[in-house]
Design a protein around this ligand. Structure first.
Ligand code: PLP
Length: 445
């Protein structure tokens, strides 16, 4: 058995000064693993255990830890005397904006913030300003950040949700205390892949926007059904609400233009974060000038406040420029490599599960994948929560940890391969998975 003694000591110490001991509640795991170093596809914890990583820090590490080109860009920025000045534009923010816009066929402008939550908050506010409407539709099983509009209806237990509702909406199930009741009235959670429910809500309320991850990647990977996103695009034009893609997880990971590029859809706005800067804090809202110029509307009563002391800080901005450089190298061949590595792990895992007689469905998009222990790929959260074997999933993740493979040890959490992973990493992971699976099966028989 691995020892996590030092990790536990660190948590115990931190608890005296930080609520819960960790600066993001979402980072709590059992056992507590405190990582101290990362390089490429590998992580080391405070007890010197080594892992092949598939967590990617919840998604940002698309190129791998301490990628030399990102490190170099960051160091060069510091060496030039560049810093946060808080006055006037910077050349580098313009360079990054041009780079991003030139890779999004449908967007003219981009605004930079620090986190995905800030970016979704800004996009929602803009949608309200532009439409003059207040209500918002989100997806049951989607995650769009921690603020009042979106801190709801994530992994809501089915016994709280009740029977599947369609067409219709679920009650607001907050994932945080302190969200005013009045605010909750403005937010409507519907099933992913359920157009009728979106139409139903729009017919009942004044809806400013639908905000959704184009693939639900905070509950594994729930893909859009063929035609769903295009139909949503059409509906938004017919019914007068904005379509906002939350590409914080999908953006830059699946394609340089995000999942919108893959399905050839032009949302009204898209929000990015995570992989755009390979681990540095940068987020963005992008869209056509028609909407984005509300952030600098000439009529100041219509202007949507875009502000932030640290927005487009030169260090993460340089990291993002360098990350996009690497992603675009050789005609963006890294995405082909993701496909090769992704297919290798998918086929390998699939063979392991079927030889062991385990009912499993692997869902994958490029470098991101998850195994659902159920007989089909879920279409929405209600389907997943009703059918997935959570306990088996959790036990397997714990067994993998013991074999030096870090799948975030919480059921349904999605795995990500980085550009630093090798075929050898994947093959070692498959050997570990084979062993871990037989241990889990032996312990339950
Ligand atoms: C799809 C999505 N949107 C928004 C967010 C919020 O981003 P941040 O944690 O940077 O505030 C996340 C974070 O996991 C996310 O996965």
């Amino acid at each position: 058995m691995k020892s996590f003694t030092r990790s536990k000591q660190i948590l115990d110490h931190n608890r005296r000064f930080i609520p819960g001991g960790i600066s993001s509640t979402n980072r709590h795991t059992s056992p507590t693993v405190c990582f101290t170093r990362g390089r490429g596809s590998r992580l080391w914890d405070a007890d010197e255990n080594e892992y092949i990583d598939y967590h990617a820090a919840f998604g940002p590490q698309v190129l791998g830890y301490h990628h030399p080109k990102i490190e170099q860009a960051v160091l060069e920025t510091l060496e030039t005397g560049s810093d946060l000045f808080g006055s006037g534009p910077s050349e580098i923010e313009g360079q990054l904006a041009e780079r991003i816009c030139s890779n999004l066929s449908w967007a003219d402008r981009v605004a930079f913030l620090n986190t995905g939550s800030e970016a979704t908050a800004a996009a929602i506010r803009l949608a309200r300003a532009a439409t003059g409407k207040d209500h918002l539709i989100v997806m049951q099983g989607g995650y769009n950040g921690w603020h009042n509009d979106v801190a709801c209806n994530l992994m809501t237990p089915v016994d709280q949700l009740g029977a599947r509702r369609s067409p219709g909406e679920y009650e607001f199930h907050p994932i945080s205390a302190g969200i005013p009741e009045m605010h909750q009235q403005l937010v409507h959670a519907v099933n992913f892949n359920d157009l009728d429910s979106v139409r139903w809500v729009v017919e009942h309320y004044e809806v400013a926007a639908v905000l959704l991850e184009p693939i639900l990647q905070n509950v594994g990977l729930i893909k859009p059904q063929p035609g769903y996103l295009k139909a949503l695009r059409k509906l938004s034009e017919e019914m007068g609400f904005l379509l906002i893609f939350d590409e914080v997880k999908t953006g830059f990971r699946h394609a340089i233009g995000g999942y919108a590029q893959i399905e050839d859809i032009a949302p009204d706005l898209a929000v990015y974060g995570k992989a755009v800067a390979n681990g540095y804090p940068l987020a963005a809202v992008a869209g056509p000038a028609r909407w984005m110029d509300y952030f600098f509307h000439e009529d100041t009563s219509k202007r949507v406040l875009l502000a932030g002391t640290y927005n487009a800080h030169p260090v993460p901005t340089a990291a993002a420029l360098a990350t996009t450089d690497v992603l675009l190298e050789n005609d963006a061949e890294v995405y082909k490599r993701f496909e090769v590595l992704g297919a290798r792990i998918e086929q390998g895992l699939s063979g392991i599960y079927s030889s062991a007689g385990v009912q499993a469905t692997i869902v994958r998009q490029g470098s991101a994948f998850v195994t659902y222990f159920m007989d089909h790929a879920p279409v929405d959260w209600h389907d997943l929560a009703s059918n997935h074997d959570y306990s088996f999933d959790e036990r397997l993740r714990h067994a993998l940890l013991e074999h030096g493979v870090f799948f975030f040890p919480l059921p349904t959490k999605q795995c990500s391969i980085s550009a630093s992973h090798t075929e050898n990493d994947i093959d070692q992971t498959l050997k570990a998975a084979d062993l871990a699976l037989s241990e889990v099966m032996t312990s339950q028989s």
